[in-house]
Design a protein around this ligand. Sequence first.
Ligand code: SF4
Ligand code: SF4
Length: 311
Amino acid sequence: MSAQSNLLRKLNIDFANKTPAARRRRQMAWTQRTRHLVQLGFALFILISSVIHHTAIEDATTASIDALCPFGGIETLQRWIASAGQYVPKTHASNIILLAALVVGTLVAGGAFCGWVCPFGAAQDLLAWVRRKLKIKEVVVPAKLDRILRYGRFVTLAVILFQTITTIKLWFADFDPYRTLFSLDWLYEFNWIASWPAYLLTLGTLAATLFVERGFCRYACPLGGVISVLGRFSLFRIRRVATACKGCAVCDVPCPVKLNVAEADVISSNCIGCMACVDSCPVHATLEMKLGPTWLDIVRKRKAGTPVAAK
Ligand code: SF4
Ligand code: SF4
């Protein structure tokens, strides 16, 4: 029996399976199935693009996955602005367009890109599923250490931007675990001598995320860092109605990025919008994705002198 079911049983919450909350959970089950289908669709799109790129007869006619990544837009942005329209080699206008779409999407739906679109996020979700199936014990990072390690995303981002701007090349492409895995270079152009750092880093990252769920997203992904900052201003955010909440912490259990949902009024901008917590809450209308800029909430509550908890 899962930890979540155990908790529910202990707390004797909603076991009749006929309550509004149970109906709600059944209705919401489609969310996770839809999410996995969407993730699969994007991952297949990137993999097929890589196959086409590698098997094309004329090399310059098909896009590499470098041109299909919004993070490429961040890497090339400074050069694009400073040189009035030139790009860092291997990046294109498509990167700037995807970055603009990501910014708009994040300002509307927070970190949903990480939970629904990113193929490397999907790969990590797959590894978490494998871990659960094989009954491998998850490594739980203590809350204090987790908070510190999350700054790793900004360290990675700063190093990448510094190196890209000073060398005017797509420096991170030689190390990026996402690119290494999904470009399929390891399949079509395996080169241990030239690419061993990328292979080892990718294998190490995948091995680590087998034990630490979404470990790369939480501690190392530079794009995740940017999204979490922008997500603070998103129009939609999951909120908990403290007066209805039973404090059972059932919602904490399925969170892939290990957020403290049960104690937050407004869920952290590190949320990847997977909706698993909303699905799992046994109390009707207690955890909900709501429209309305969070910053306005915070301003209102601060004016009224009420503290706001965002975990
Ligand atoms: S807080 Fe909820 S929606 Fe956000 S990542 Fe965690 S489980 Fe998913
Ligand atoms: S919000 Fe979380 S802690 Fe509160 S009732 Fe729902 S599952 Fe339990």
